[in-house]
Design a protein around this ligand. Structure first.
Ligand SMILES: CC(=O)[C@@H](O)[C@H](O)COP(=O)(O)O
Ligand SMILES: NCC(=O)COP(=O)(O)O
Length: 253
């Protein structure tokens, strides 16, 4: 089965923000990724707008909406307050209506995402948010650890999909191969449980050309991966067209 490849452009925006002006242009890179076979574009605007800015989101939404069968995925913390020119996640997505919203339990101080939701704590607060996003026509995915009891709660809350947080898998792949069999079995079982509960399964965080094959083998029902950090690093070495070709191949094989 093919896994959809959604390219995360946060790191293109990070380079742009290091100078005045619009170079590199995030929309031009979105278009280039689409031209080279991306199935989706992902961004994770954070309230401090350290990379993707709120103002990038409508332009990307419009660009992606004009391309058949390519999806726009916006990730973020729905509880993060408005801050400066960041209007808050819910207002941002209500105005741009991405195909998919991936809700992530990050505090603004985090360097990057490092855990999934604990729905025993945040389930009650998330329920109306999920319902509102779905009413507005968006697919809702929850960023989750591979914990079956938590995934059962995600299904009860009415989420459409989960995105499995793959950071610990990527870390084990690099540093602790002895942990991989148990971890991959855990991800495989979590994905199987999610599918049985009617949830689609996405995955992301620190996936790359080296580790993607092993993950996809362990999680055959994987619908989508979102990849940014390693992809942009690979673009430096290979160039965008060749990097895209390699990632597209890794998602089809
Ligand atoms: C939810 C997730 O795993 C990604 O969005 C990842 O956190 C990328 O965000 P940063 O580029 O801000 O690290
Ligand atoms: N949801 C994960 C994502 O969008 C990209 O994560 P990474 O490849 O930048 O670690």
């Amino acid at each position: 089965m093919k896994t959809a490849l959604s390219i995360n452009l946060n790191k293109i925006a990070l380079i742009r923000n290091s100078r005045e002006g619009n170079f590199p242009d995030v929309c031009a890179h979105a278009q280039a990724c689409i031209d080279h076979g991306a199935d989706g574009i992902t961004v994770h605007p954070r309230p401090d707008q350290r990379h993707i800015r709120a103002s990038d989101v409508p332009a990307l939404a419009e660009l992606v909406a004009g391309v058949k069968q390519v999806e726009f995925n916006v990730e973020g913390n729905p509880f993060a307050p408005a801050m400066g020119s960041y209007p808050g996640f819910m207002d941002l997505v209500a105005a741009s209506k991405p195909d998919q919203c991936t809700l992530v339990p990050d505090s603004d101080a985090q360097l990057t995402s490092d855990h999934g939701f604990d729905l025993t704590q945040s389930g009650a607060k998330l329920a109306p948010i999920i319902a509102r996003l779905k009413d507005q026509g968006m697919r809702v995915s929850l960023f989750m650890d591979p914990d079956i009891s938590q995934i059962e709660l995600a299904a009860k809350l009415g989420a459409d999909r989960i995105e499995l947080y793959t950071g610990p898998f990527a870390e084990a792949f690099k540093q602790h191969p002895e942990k991989l069999p148990a971890l991959l079995a855990q991800f495989g079982a979590a994905a199987q449980a999610a599918t049985a509960l009617g949830l689609g399964v996405n995955a992301g965080h620190d996936l790359n050309l080296h580790n993607l094959g092993a993950f996809r083998q362990a999680v055959p029902a994987l619908l989508e991966v979102s990849i940014g950090h390693a992809f942009v690093v690979d673009c430096i070495a290979l160039g965008l067209p060749a990097a895209m070709a390699a990632y597209v191949k890794a998602c089809r094989a």
